[in-house]
Ligand binder design. Sequence first.
Ligand code: SF4
Length: 346
Amino acid sequence: MPTPIHNASCKNIKAITLISGGLDSILAAEVIKEQGIDIIPLNFEIPFCHRVKKNSSQSKNRLVLVAGKLGKELKVIDVSEDFLKLLKNPRYGFGANMNPCIDCKILMLTKAKELMKEWDAAFVVTGEVLGQRPMSQHKEALLNIAKRAGLEGLVLRPLSAKVLPETTPEKEGWVRRDKLLDFSGRGRRRQIELAQELGIKEYSQPAGGCLLTDMEFSKRLKDIISHQELNIDNVELLKFGRHFRISGKAKLVVGREEKENEQLINLAKENDYLFSPDNELAGPTSLGRGVFNEELVRLSCRITSSYCDHNGKINKRIIYRMLPDKEERTLEVSPIEKTQLLSIRI
Ligand code: SF4
């Protein structure tokens, strides 16, 4: 048995409790709190799940609210940079889409281990349920994840503890095994019943809304990885608009509605291009990122014009500028053929 990181006596035992915002992590935290453990709710932020908005009023932020209901302040650690590195070549591969769940969990537990000493925590709690997800939640995977993170015996999964090998917190008597649960499988009935029993109403769907499990998002992500464009700014851009690969070194993103047009303007940075129809026509804002020449500027204007209101005109005037320049130029172009448009859409 490995030596516990924390020199725990039975009183005032602290546990880092990973919170994704999904129901299971909240239930796990509640079950452990019930046993008198001093929980430290921790959310690891990656650019693919909901984020704790830095400038929003705390009471409006759902994750913060969830932790608040647990009677604790939520700690948030951004692991985006490390996550992007592992995404290029995850040791245990991907799930059905671009979700490297095993590597993701190892990363988070490894980071949690680093914080245990600092926060004087004796073990780590997660909301994982045995057999709930085929890739990362079967018994061997759960045990291997803890081992790889250097936390063998120190990761307690309260919802499935009774159907998993006994952990150090149980062996040492820090928590009572008979008060832990034996959930397993993909069904949600027992979790929902427990939530009702505990009066828990605020939670998100399983996988915490991770975009990496979404097929369309994964396609766009694969495209930027294969073009060596993986960075946080480009990942943020993947969340909005229609995406077009217009050359090996350039992309165009076309807004689908007013709100997305504004989001694209907000995400635009130096050297990006912004395209929009002149005042006579209604249409989208498009953002061009990468290396542009005259031909690609024209193509981007034509793609943008394909999504403008027709208003009886075939040729449309598209205004564009390269940031940070304020000076605008105009091109009169015809919309691009639908088949060509589809052939370059990601
Ligand atoms: S679904 Fe996303 S956040 Fe959850 S373990 Fe998999 S990669 Fe990580």
